[in-house]
Design a protein around this ligand. Structure first.
Ligand code: PAF
Length: 275
């Protein structure tokens, strides 16, 4: 695997790389990232990944400074799964001057759910991903369904800007007890880790109830939030939405997704399950 830390160096090399399948990351890789990189092999001649902890998508009170940085271990994992090129710029390379132009996603899609609790998050994500797309110029890019809203917003960004990139979703990878793999799981204490799969179970309960014909979605959402609260969580939302645009479903709509975010101690976990 070749590691590039400059835009010009990467671009020069990628000219002869053929069709590129791109997996952007912020590092601290787990099996969810690795699965995306494995899946990417089928979408291009060369798999290119990036590792950049993007300051723009962190709020002032969020964990930018403490976000786990595990460069050596990440490189080993990427090389082992067949990533051909890693773009790992420092902040000066990505943002030589403070980024003054931003991608502002539609507030109807970006200011709800995650966006309500993480103002500016999707603006930061869309801005860095558009910039990475411009640098790497991939034909396909892969994003996990765990970050369901991010996947939707990036898919819409690509469509609205007519970027010639296929957005490929990856299934959420889970631990044996159901917990969705996430870089932030490492923040959990032993006791919190044992409790953490409850978020998955709560969302799964909502999913099963809908599949069994329950129509009162608001009641299911309230029940799931109450269950989490009863076990010491601070839930931020549990919401049943349409998969396509994450808007409220009408009665008898199909193609739904259950999404949730909750704090367990000081760790914020999110998850989602398609119905
Ligand atoms: O999902 C992530 O890891 C990040 O939001 C992304 C897409 C790499 C942008 O920084």
């Amino acid at each position: 695997m070749r590691i590039h830390d400059t835009i010009t160096g990467l671009r020069a090399t990628l000219k002869s790389a053929g069709r590129i399948a791109f997996v952007p990351t912020m590092g601290n890789l787990h099996e969810g990232h690795i699965a995306l990189m494995r899946q990417a092999q089928a979408h291009g001649d060369a798999v290119v990944s990036s590792l950049f902890v993007n300051r723009l998508q962190f709020g002032p009170k969020e964990d930018f400074d403490t976000y786990p940085r595990t460069f050596e271990a990440d490189c080993e994992k990427m090389a082992a799964v067949g990533v051909a090129h890693l773009f790992a710029p420092d902040e000066k390379e990505m943002y030589p001057t403070p980024q003054a132009y931003h991608v502002q996603p539609d507030p109807a899609q970006a200011d709800i759910l995650e966006g309500e609790f993480r103002p500016g998050f999707f603006r930061g994500v869309a801005t860095v991903v558009l910039k990475l797309f411009s640098i790497v110029q991939p034909q396909a890019a892969l994003f996990g369904k765990k970050d369901y809203q991010q996947l939707m917003i990036l898919r819409n960004m690509v469509r609205e800007f007519a970027l010639p990139i296929e957005i490929v979703p990856g299934e959420t990878v889970r631990a044996a007890d159901g917990l969705a793999l996430s870089s932030r799981n490492g923040y959990l204490s032993e006791a919190e880790r044992a409790e953490a799969p409850r978020l998955y179970r709560a969302l799964d309960g909502v999913r099963r109830a809908i599949q069994a014909g329950e129509c009162d979605l608001a009641r299911l959402e309230r029940q799931a939030m109450a269950e989490l609260r009863a076990h010491g969580w601070s839930p931020q939302y549990v919401a049943v939405r349409k998969q396509l645009d994450l808007q409220l479903p009408a009665a008898h709509d199909s193609g739904l997704v259950v999404l949730g975010a909750a704090l367990l101690g000081s760790t914020r976990l999110i998850d989602s399950l398609e119905v």
